[in-house]
Design a protein around this ligand. Structure first.
Ligand SMILES: Cc1ncc(COP(=O)(O)O)c(C=O)c1O
Length: 362
């Protein structure tokens, strides 16, 4: 059989590589799932928020379609983030909103920029929609290269995806630099998936309600403990919110996801407490990693730490940890050779990780 019905640009696509689920890993290693320590996808290690669990256990409306506008969740969110509901759209994860924003604003051939090393899904979406993907590589310390960003805009780039804090290094762009980029004639999609872990107090989301070229995306997957439910949201200027509502699939967010999101917002105290624990654990892990002479960790404002590995290959580190049931990410691509990324777990997860790292002979 031929693949004659598949579009040419899709045939050439390098798909985004999602993580392998822990039960599959446990089966492969022939160990019980409770022995797995999952530090590869920046999820909340403390599980689902208590009120989200309660709401899911008591869900009674799974037989009717969900609210296409997620009214109750938007109302609560509006209160929590202090932004009008009219500027908020809920999506099935930030991923869905990334895709929808591209559908809404760019056509095949248009230039879409991102700044690698960064979240790989921007590039995949760019390729899926047959855009011209422009990569403006970050400096060695992962800061943004504003001169080349400016040059790309002069050459016709129409939009830019910026993860802030950035994945995989956890750096945050200075406010002044973001403002400089916002002054360029370009749509800025600021992806704040990890903003809850950052110390910055500047609220870019507010700016998205008053500027016509800024969208801020966030998710319940990281801080919110709901990665498996798929729930994210975006703050849009009103005109983009209106337009996006026209193109989104009508029932994109399931009743379960939306109820869980409401439950998460009802569990804010617990989530904020967990965020504080994660930040404390991040600092402890950073200090401990610095004492291993074959690892060089980068300071992070997110719930993960990126490290350069010397003396052996990053994939070897990943495999040695996996033998012990510890899942991490490794990178071996241009601009990110021999790096590993470790999500912040509970204190006992991090203890086990550190023991395992100390046993690795370089
Ligand atoms: C920067 C960034 N944005 C978005 C996402 C996806 O978020 P969601 O789970 O809400 O689709 C991720 C997930 O790893 C991420 O790292």
């Amino acid at each position: 059989m031929t693949d004659r019905f598949v579009l040419e640009h899709i045939k050439a696509l390098q798909p985004y590589e999602p993580v392998i689920p822990p039960d599959a890993v446990a089966r492969h290693l022939n160990i019980p799932i409770c022995k797995i320590i999952k530090l590869d996808a920046n999820e909340n290690p403390y599980g689902m928020p208590p009120r989200a669990r309660w709401r899911l256990a008591n869900l009674a409306t799974g037989h009717i379609y969900p609210d296409p506008e997620c009214r109750q969740l938007r109302l609560m969110l509006s209160d929590v983030i202090n932004i009008s509901q009219d500027n908020i759209i809920i999506g099935a994860g930030a991923d869905e909103l990334i895709d929808l924003v591209v559908r809404l604003t760019l056509k095949p051939g248009d230039r879409l920029m991102d700044c690698p090393p960064t979240f790989g899904f921007y590039r995949s979406v760019s390729q899926i929609h047959n855009l011209t993907h422009v990569e403006i590589t970050r400096h060695a310390d992962f800061s943004l290269d504003i001169d080349n960003i400016r040059a790309a805009v002069n050459q016709g780039a129409k939009a830019i995806f910026l993860a802030n804090p950035n994945n995989p290094d956890g750096s945050v762009a200075p406010y002044e630099l973001l403002c400089e980029i916002l002054e360029l004639p370009i749509l800025v999609i600021l992806d704040e998936a990890y903003i809850h872990f950052a110390s910055s107090t500047i609220d870019m989301a507010k700016m998205a309600t008053v500027r016509d070229n800024l969208i801020v995306l966030r998710t319940f997957s990281k801080w919110g403990g709901l990665a498996g439910l798929r729930l994210g949201y975006g703050i849009f200027p009103k005109y983009l919110q209106n337009a996006l509502m026209k193109i989104k699939p009508p029932y994109n967010v399931s009743t379960a996801a939306s109820e869980a999101g409401i439950g998460a917002l009802e569990s804010l105290d617990q989530l904020n407490q967990q965020r504080d624990w994660i930040i404390k654990e991040r600092d402890r892990l950073f200090n401990a990693l610095q004492t291993l002479d074959w690892l060089s960790p980068y300071p992070s404002q997110a719930n993960f730490i990126l490290c350069r590995v010397s003396g052996l290959e990053a994939v070897q580190v990943k495999n040695k940890l996996l033998e012990q049931g510890i899942m991490i990410r490794y990178f071996n691509k241009p601009g990110l050779q021999d790096h590993i990324r470790i999500s912040i777990g509970t204190p006992s997860d991090i203890d086990r990780l550190l023991e395992a790292l100390k046993e690795i002979k370089v």
